[in-house]
Design a protein around this ligand. Structure first.
Ligand code: 6PG
Length: 241
């Protein structure tokens, strides 16, 4: 049974951030209570960044939280484009999370080497059996105006990856390499939470949140958790189509 998007519309972006913060806290509390650990993957982008900033004050035992990255630009961790840098400045450097629990992509390496190393880190840190997929308690994702999510961009070979958890991918529009987790990883998450705000997202949001997948469905709409929840928290501007 393919997951049907549960789309929740909020009046303003601030309301989206508040709702996402509440969802994050609730899922962290539940995972920490049930299995003593909370594995969450972060997205890049301005919308997720606002949620990270709001989490600085959240009542979470960060000592047992593990932060992963759904994708990363192939730049050093101090580069302005780095998703790690953004998340670190917005949240990670401002909370008591052990450095070993922040699993950044070593994107300063050659792209394919960075992807291979991240796959090994996932397998090691999550104690994955051969053939098993990472199972994040929560995967945060954004959506670009072109319908991409993470660094799964339209027309790229990363969309077809069904064996590896992490790949490097050339993004022609940016003339740059990215490292991204693949569809199977997001589809094995207990909950995928998309965040989308702004009128520029409206055309793709309509296509991404259709109940059925079609040829017009963008990459963001092809994330369909096999057994988990698929949530979209959007503002009114993004929903107006
Ligand atoms: C990236 C992000 C990307 C982002 C969307 C939404 O590395 O670029 O992972 O997938 O989440 O582009 O970004 P905005 O919220 O800034 O529109």
């Amino acid at each position: 049974m393919i997951a049907v998007p549960d789309v929740r519309v909020f009046a303003r972006p601030e309301d989206v951030f508040d709702a996402a913060r509440a969802e994050f806290v609730a899922r962290a509390e539940s995972a920490l209570a049930s299995r003593g650990r909370f594995d969450v993957s972060f997205a890049g982008g301005r919308t997720p960044e606002s949620v990270y900033k709001s989490l600085v004050s959240a009542p979470i035992d960060w000592s047992r939280v593990h932060v992963w990255f759904g994708d990363e630009r192939c730049v050093p961790p101090v580069h302005a484009d780095s998703n790690f840098k953004m998340a670190n400045e917005a949240l990670l450097a401002r909370i008591a999370i052990p450095a070993a629990n922040v699993h950044r992509v070593r994107a300063e390496l050659a792209p394919e080497r960075a992807a291979e190393e991240y796959e090994l880190e996932l397998r090691r840190a999550l104690s994955l059996a051969p053939g098993a997929w990472p199972r994040f308690d929560l995967a945060l994702l954004g959506m670009g105006p072109d319908g991409h999510t993470a660094s799964l961009f339209p027309g790229t070979t990363a969309l077809d990856e069904r064996a590896r958890s992490c790949v490097s991918t050339w993004v022609e529009k940016f003339k740059a390499f990215r490292v991204t987790l693949t569809f199977p990883v997001f589809d094995h998450a207990a909950c995928v939470l998309f965040l989308a705000c702004g009128a520029d997202k409206a055309p793709m949001l309509a296509r991404a949140t259709a109940a059925r997948i079609s040829a017009e469905t963008p990459p963001s709409g092809r994330v369909r958790p096999l057994a988990g929840q698929l949530l979209w928290f959007v503002d009114a501007a993004a929903r107006a189509s």
